[in-house]
Design a protein around this ligand. Structure first.
Ligand SMILES: Nc1nc2c(ncn2[C@@H]2O[C@H](COP(=O)(O)OP(=O)(O)OP(=O)(O)O)[C@@H](O)[C@H]2O)c(=O)[nH]1
Ligand SMILES: [Mg+2]
Length: 195
């Protein structure tokens, strides 16, 4: 089962993927990524190495899709989910070739995933951006689509979450802090429901 994590740059997609892996008590992850030239790479990484390597405050730090395999208990066995991190979607045509290719790769996967998790930065939220509007309109047509209002540790007011819930109508919005691990229990509950 594939879950694609998408959203604008710098909203915390990578932090979320790593924190969810941590929530499931994974110590190491198999980091698999397919470069935009089609070549596949596979490495075993500790989660602390992942954090150092993959999380960054520079926009569009993540270029290629990669995934972590997370085994979810189901009955007496388990089901593997591929939690896929992806390049942040920008509204402008990016000057960097690799970012443009990364965005194309991410959007290409919109029809090649079982669920889409759309991360929004609640700390910097004023209104729905054109990019978020596009993702929302695509995602809400999918079977499983979840909006993650991230960075709630930085929020001054609950009003922002109400606004996000109001803007992203008829969909599930979960407030989270990927950095502090808040709201991940609720995300895991949702994951359990869909596997
Ligand atoms: N305070 C706070 N900061 C966060 C949270 N999640 C991510 N960040 C910070 O936001 C910045 C971007 O995080 P990333 O996880 O790299 O964001 P991203 O969406 O993967 O960014 P790109 O790969 O560049 O598109 C980093 O400085 C993180 O430490 C959060 O829940 N709370
Ligand atoms: Mg990233």
């Amino acid at each position: 089962m594939k879950i694609l994590v998408t959203g604008r740059p710098n909203v915390g997609k990578t932090q979320f993927v790593i924190s969810l892996a941590q929530f499931y008590n994974l110590k190491n992850v198999i980091y698999t990524f397919k470069a935009t030239n089609g070549i596949k790479h596979k490495r075993k990484l500790s989660l602390s190495d992942c954090s150092k390597l993959l999380i960054n405050s520079t926009a569009n730090h993540t270029k290629n899709i990669y995934d972590f395999t997370i085994p979810i208990k189901k009955g007496k066995g388990h089901i593997n989910i591929a939690l896929m991190d992806s390049c942040g979607i920008t509204s402008e045509i990016h000057h960097d070739n690799t970012v443009r290719a990364g965005i194309a790769q991410a959007i290409g996967h919109y029809s090649d995933c079982d669920a889409m998790f759309h991360v929004v930065d609640s700390h910097n939220y004023k209104q729905m951006s054109s990019v978020d509007e596009e993702i929302y309109s695509f995602g809400s047509e999918l079977g499983y689509y979840l909006v993650l209002a991230n960075k709630i540790d930085l929020l001054f007011s609950e009003m922002t979450i109400s606004k996000i819930k109001n803007d992203f109508k008829n969909t599930i919005v979960l407030p989270i802090s990927a950095k502090e691990g808040k709201g991940l229990k609720e995300v895991a509950y949702y994951v359990n429901k869909i596997v």
